[in-house]
Design a protein around this ligand. Structure first.
Ligand SMILES: Cc1cc2nc3c(=O)[nH]c(=O)nc-3n(C[C@H](O)[C@H](O)[C@H](O)COP(=O)(O)OP(=O)(O)OC[C@H]3O[C@@H](n4cnc5c(N)ncnc54)[C@H](O)[C@@H]3O)c2cc1C
Length: 404
């Protein structure tokens, strides 16, 4: 018999537990600091649980950017189709949304988590909640803070699945980094995050919380390369949020960090050419007010007020300048929003600290799984897919090596 201690009851830890608890000769326990398992997964379900994406494999793996080559082998063994089939294996139907993203029928995570935990308990997995891992004692045993005080225990194999550092109130607070060699870690940074932009008090009061639909964003990164995407933003008190800026957030963040500034431009009317807009807007407006004239040209109140944020009164009367500002709306993003608000995080355990089975080279028998590793991906189901796929990859490697 071999004891396997999994620390972290998020999707990574739970998937490792699923595979390992099916193997004879392995006794699996899952420890977590929180009172219940899968809190971030549950939160993900509140906004619509996007489990994976339906695009072809070759396009799918490009989402992992500079880590693509390292992550590809995990996904090859547990593909987006496998993720879907796995969810459906719990009797939960899935569907492909208009964007190609895949969701459970009711968009929620709770039914999946409930069924998953039930199956794991049936497979003999022991859950030890309110067990905060605190590193090792002098005998190299695992130390946990529990409601009954500090305890220590030994395990033959340990899987650390401690998560990243966003939304710390859900358990993954990144405090585990203090038990690691600093040289094995990359500093945590917000990923899939919003950015600060100073709006006027009047604009904020009127528009914070409103979506800005059908716009295109162009970012010039630190290598002078332009990245353009179409989508939707959300005006916030502090700046901008939403799927469009999340998708470009790594480039904006990295360019800000290298250059201290970043060129980001919005096309507020991407379906109209500049020439078209100029012609339309320069038509005589008669007695129409400025905003009514803009409205007639298809410019809604939110866009008109965005223009007021950047154009002085005189320039605003020049309809060619207004059309140009609509097509090339320059943002002044100053910094990412704090990591606590980000959907995910970049940084964590560096791949260089791990062997090709994700075992810490300095601590044989200790594996690292999930968002605690230094990779990032946009929203679109890429996060969960890689976390689940890596956990299976690592668990199968452990089975191959240790199960009898
Ligand atoms: C609002 C929101 C929406 C999201 N939506 C999606 C989505 O739709 N699709 C998608 O693919 N991804 C989404 N994500 C991201 C996804 O939820 C995460 O990538 C995923 O949960 C990471 O899994 P993990 O197992 O690596 O870590 P986590 O789920 O973060 O789990 C880590 C666990 O480790 C525990 N832990 C940490 N430190 C200790 C310690 N010292 N001792 C004991 N236990 C500890 C924590 O309590 C936690 O339970 C979303 C995230 C957020 C915040």
């Amino acid at each position: 018999m071999k004891n396997i201690a999994i620390i972290g009851a998020g999707p990574g830890g739970l998937m490792a537990a699923q595979v390992l608890s099916q193997q004879p000769g392995l006794v699996v326990s899952v420890h977590d600091a929180m009172p219940s398992a899968g809190r971030k997964l549950l939160q993900a379900g509140r906004g619509g649980l996007n489990i994976t994406h339906s695009k072809p494999f070759n396009e799918f793996v490009q989402a992992y950017g500079k880590r693509q080559k390292l992550i590809e082998p995990w996904i090859k063994n547990f593909t987006p189709q496998d993720v879907r089939a796995w969810v459906e294996g719990f009797g939960i139907e899935t569907f492909v949304g208009s964007s190609g993203r895949v969701y459970p029928q009711d968009m929620k995570a709770a039914p999946l988590l409930r069924a998953w935990l039930h199956r794991l308990r049936q497979q003999g997995v022991a859950f030890l909640m309110r067990h905060r891992w605190q590193g090792w004692n002098q005998a190299e045993e695992l130390v946990f803070q529990t409601p009954e005080g500090q305890i220590s225990c030994k395990a033959d194999i340990v899987i650390l699945a401690l998560g990243g550092a966003s939304w710390p109130q859900l358990g993954s607070d990144g405090r585990w980094t203090q038990y690691f060699n600093p040289q094995d870690l990359a500093v945590f940074q917000p990923a899939n995050c919003g950015f600060n932009q100073a709006w006027s008090a009047v604009f904020k009061a009127k528009f914070a919380g409103q979506p800005l639909k059908s716009v295109a964003m162009t970012v010039i990164d630190q290598n002078h390369q332009a990245w353009c995407k179409k989508g939707e933003l959300l005006i916030s008190e502090q700046g901008l949020e939403g799927s469009l800026i999340y998708a470009l957030s790594a480039r904006i963040r990295d360019t800000l960090s290298v250059n201290g500034k970043v060129d980001v431009e919005l096309d507020l009317m991407p379906d109209q050419t500049l020439e078209n807009l100029v012609a339309k807007m320069n038509k005589p407006r008669g007695k129409q007010s400025w905003s009514n004239h803009l409205k007639r040209c298809g410019v809604d109140a939110l866009r008109a007020n965005l223009l007021r944020e950047v154009l002085d009164q005189q320039t605003a009367q020049d309809m060619t300048a207004v059309a140009q500002a609509l097509k090339h709306y320059v943002l002044n993003l100053t910094s990412p929003r704090p990591i606590e608000e980000a959907i995910s995080s970049a940084g964590g355990v560096q791949f260089e600290a791990l062997n090709d089975q994700s075992m810490l080279t300095t601590r044989p028998g200790y594996y690292c799984v999930g968002e605690m590793l230094d990779w990032e991906a946009p929203t679109g189901g890429y996060l969960l897919t890689a976390v689940l796929a890596q956990a299976r990859f690592v668990a199968h490697a452990i089975v191959k090596q240790h199960a009898r």
